[in-house]
Design a binder for this molecule. Structure first.
Ligand code: NCD
Length: 337
């Protein structure tokens, strides 16, 4: 039994290097199932309650797909308007009910700490798929897993690396969770490159500074990303601004494209983004002109999300040692990797 069995996953604060290593080693064992070389029915009969009260494609579908790949079924609610929250039901009452219908719940909600509040009414594990601008712990794990793999392919480590976090660091929950998780490693140089008004919240900066890491803060990419091993671009989180007019001030102001990459970044710098990127022509924070670049890791990063979420389901439901026992062959045509 691992210490994640039966646990909620609400914040990266609950992970330590041992937990992270366990999650990553289970994630590696999920690769043959994700690639459809083999399948496993270890969660046959189990039900995931997938509750998404904010827009999502990747996170929602990858939670569902991860559960299906382990043999389980998914019951989905999308949008506050289509749930009884719109009738004034509390998160606690909703959780009491959803826990009756599910063996595990994944949830996204616009309010910070709402998923934690919800988890108090749930007898089954609740996994935070993003609570407002607060945290996105499963994204941080898949980001860290991606950083580790990308750096290892270049014979480098997380300890001692230089990461540049770019874009809307104020409202971006992915960079909050990732920074806190990286703070557990050693001797990292964080370059926080964002418009001044959209800089990283002071509590996150304090956490990484107090852990002994080097922090540089600037309001442009040009001239400040030259040493970075990882460039982590983010979308301006327009939905978190008080008005669209406020958000529009930053649209298209903080871009990474081929010219900036070639002129201002290391040749080996890995390009990441949690996605979705805003590809409207006046926004376009990560340009399509980098699509064919071998260091563009954004789709490898998203693929890793499936492995991490499969691992979290296996660990929270306590079946990580039974994956192979429930294996079956794949008897249909499949051309994945
Ligand atoms: C991110 C999110 O929802 O926080 N997306 C994701 O889950 N991959 C980032 C974003 O929406 O910009």
């Amino acid at each position: 039994m691992t210490h994640l069995e039966g646990q909620h996953i609400l914040s990266v604060n609950q992970f330590n290097p041992d937990t992270i290593n366990t999650i990553f080693s289970v994630a590696e064992r999920m690769q043959p199932y994700a690639l459809r070389h083999r399948r496993t029915n270890v969660l046959e009969g189990a039900i995931l309650g997938n509750l998404f009260f904010e827009p999502s494609t990747r996170t929602r579908v990858s939670f569902a797909s991860a559960f299906n790949l382990l043999g389980g079924s998914v019951s989905e609610t999308v949008g506050i308007g289509s749930s009884s929250l719109a009738k004034g039901e509390s998160l606690y009452d909703t959780a009491m009910m959803m826990a009756t219908y599910s063996d595990v719940i994944a949830m996204r909600h616009p309010q910070p700490f709402s998923v934690e509040e919800f988890s108090k009414g749930s007898t089954v594990p609740v996994i935070n798929g993003g609570d407002g601008a607060n945290e996105h712990p499963t994204q941080a794990l898949l980001d860290l897993f991606t950083i580790k793999k990308e750096l290892e392919s270049k014979a480098r480590n997380i300890d001692g690396m230089h990461i540049a976090l770019l874009g809307d660091l104020k409202h971006g929950r992915t960079v909050h969770s990732l920074s806190k998780l990286l703070a557990q490693y050693k001797n990292i140089h964080f370059s926080l490159l964002a418009p001044n008004e959209l800089q990283m919240p002071p509590y996150v900066v304090d956490e990484i500074t107090n852990a002994g890491h080097q922090v540089s803060i600037h309001d442009s990419i040009e001239g400040h990303a030259a040493g970075a091993d990882i460039l982590y671009q983010t979308r301006i989180q327009e939905e978190r601004f008080p008005s669209q007019d406020e958000a529009n001030k930053y649209r298209g102001k903080f871009k990474l494209n081929k010219a900036i990459y070639q002129g201002h970044c290391k040749d080996s710098a890995v390009i990441m983004h949690p996605l979705p990127r805003d590809s409207r022509s006046d926004a376009n924070e990560l340009d399509n002109d980098l699509n064919d670049h071998p260091n563009l890791a954004i789709f490898r990063q998203a693929d890793n999300g499936l492995l991490i979420r499969m691992a979290l389901f296996a660990l929270t439901l306590g079946v990580d040692s039974q994956l192979e026992q429930y294996e079956l062959p794949v008897n249909w045509y499949s051309r994945k990797g």
